[in-house]
Write a protein that binds this ligand. Sequence first.
Ligand code: KG4
Ligand code: ZN
Length: 344
Amino acid sequence: NAAAIVLGIETSCDETGVGVVRMRADGHVELLADEVASSVDEHARFGGVVPEVASRAHLEAMVPTVQRAMTVANVKESDVDAVAVTAGPGLAGALLVGVAAAKAYATAWGVPLYGVNHLSAHVAVDTLEHGPLPGPALALLVSGGHSSLLEVDDLAGPVTQLGATIDDAAGEAFDKIARVLGLPFPGGPYIDRAAREGDPEAIAFPRGLTGPRDPAYDFSFAGLKTAVARWVENEERVGRSIPVADVAASFQEAVADVLTAKTVRAARDKGVDQLVIGGGVAANSRLRSMAEQRCADAGIHLRVPRPKLCTDNGAMVAALGSHLLAANVPESSLDIPANPGLFV
Ligand code: KG4
Ligand code: ZN
């Protein structure tokens, strides 16, 4: 079994990502290229991702990004053994651009096509950094578009969604609170930075869905978001200046607390001792430190890829594709659809 080279394409949201990986015969996956063209700046003035703007940007960036990734990876068309692409979940028009491109490349190069689940790819990317996943794991995926708790037995197989947000995604909550505090979009990194100077216990914000009768593994951030917005409005009404650092730290503490508490509880319930955290919010310093501490206490081995691999990229899709190829999973049909609601 020789090494296999897989090219991965990601266009589910606002990043046009193309990655190239090589899976060695011993099952280790090496990253050869990870090129990302983001349209985030074009969305910033709207305070959120505009689907039509994202689709057009993917269309413009697709071919140059593939070419750049192949140049960086130093691979020729004839070196590629498979093409993988995010089939969903995501924005319909955005997904369509990547899926159409992947079909075209797979057909032109005469190699198998794998349409993959974006969430599984966020988990698979960790194998690029920490090696093969030995046995079952839980995955906490938190980004601007999703907040899910998954159980993964085998990267090449189906994953089980234990829970998900019932309203806003965690990153969405960060972005909205940043807006309330007058910080730029996307707000997560700015809240993280502001929180460093603040007191996480200054304001007791609510922890959504943590009551005894609430679903154990689902998340809710809409109540927290409203509570923070109302608190800020009240302070403004009585003419007090807003302690931005304290609000940011207290809000961030509430999000990290709920995410880690539920995840550790799920790991205990399921008897799983490995946790992968992914998605853009995995870059959050408080989420990382709290997860490290609580996982250590619970005897859970924590795997968090570096921030560049946590946000949407093509390398994660290529990594998952290489696991599917190695496991001899049948290739996808050339008429697979882009599936915005895949697995949600
Ligand atoms: O995975 P990602 O790049 O794109 C998707 O949404 O799929 O995640 C972007 C999200 C944004 O909501 C951004 O505010 C958030 O991740 N984010 C953070 C941090 N860095 C990025 N949230 C909290 N703390 C951070 N340091
Ligand atoms: Zn994502």
